[in-house]
Design a protein around this ligand. Structure first.
Ligand code: 5RP
Length: 217
């Protein structure tokens, strides 16, 4: 089982604040995410362009949770240097396919963002469409309402992985949560607030890595 990598979700409300965070954290993570909140605040093309210019060698995700106009939005971010873009699980298959076509043209990839209601039958259709990445998400608002990571979530991640998906996990994760996922092939742990709001983001990233090293050899 490969070792999970670490992704920072940049969910600041200004590009200046986000770049202040990346200055401190970029060398300590594998993937930089132009977060949904940041893209809404500053515009996805501007955010992706800025990250690509500053971090030419790093994997960059545009977390737009696209629901429609898949190819148009995909063109906006892949042409600016994004490697991956998220599409929401509730989007029609046609949207996923059109986004994937653009991603393929740029050598990029599409990730299906899993929130709320979706089925394993739909997941099989995503695989048939050539989409092999999914993100299992405990939403920010669900977390604030008290939703915790449970056996049901972990079982779904395991089943998606057995189907052939590379599954990333996100939603209020801290280094103390990593052990919950042991034995499950997680592609990427995605963390926003726990990294960016830490007094020492590099030390927090190191704590994530230590927890990953402990449970994935
Ligand atoms: C919100 C997101 C966040 O980027 C993701 O949940 C990670 O952030 P945090 O660790 O702060 O919850 O996609 O929609």
């Amino acid at each position: 089982m490969s070792k999970p990598v670490l992704q920072i979700a940049l969910d600041q409300t200004s590009l200046t604040d986000a770049l202040n965070v990346t200055r401190r954290i970029a060398p300590h993570v594998d993937v930089l995410e132009a977060g949904t909140i940041l893209c809404a605040a500053e515009g996805a093309p501007a955010v992706v362009s800025a990250l690509r210019a500053l971090y030419p060698g790093q994997t960059i995700v545009a977390d737009l949770k696209v629901a429609d106009a898949g190819s148009v939005i995909a063109e906006m971010v892949f042409s600016r240097g994004a490697d991956w873009m998220t599409v929401i699980c509730a989007a029609p298959l046609a949207t996923m396919k059109s986004a994937k076509k653009v991603a393929d043209a740029y050598g990029g990839d599409i990730q299906i963002e899993l929130y709320g209601d979706w089925t394993f039958e739909q997941a099989a259709d995503w695989l048939d469409a050539g989409i092999t990445q999914a993100i299992y998400h405990r939403g920010r608002d669900a977390q604030a309402a008290g939703q915790t990571w449970g056996e049901e979530d972990l079982g779904k991640i395991r089943r998606l992985s057995e189907m052939g998906f590379a599954v990333s996990a996100t939603g209020g994760l801290s280094p103390e949560d990593v052990h919950l996922f042991r034995g499950i092939p997680v592609k990427c742990f995605i963390a926003g607030r726990s990294l960016s709001e830490a007094e020492d983001p590099a030390a927090e990233a190191a704590a994530f890595r230590a927890a990953i090293d402990r449970y994935w050899s």
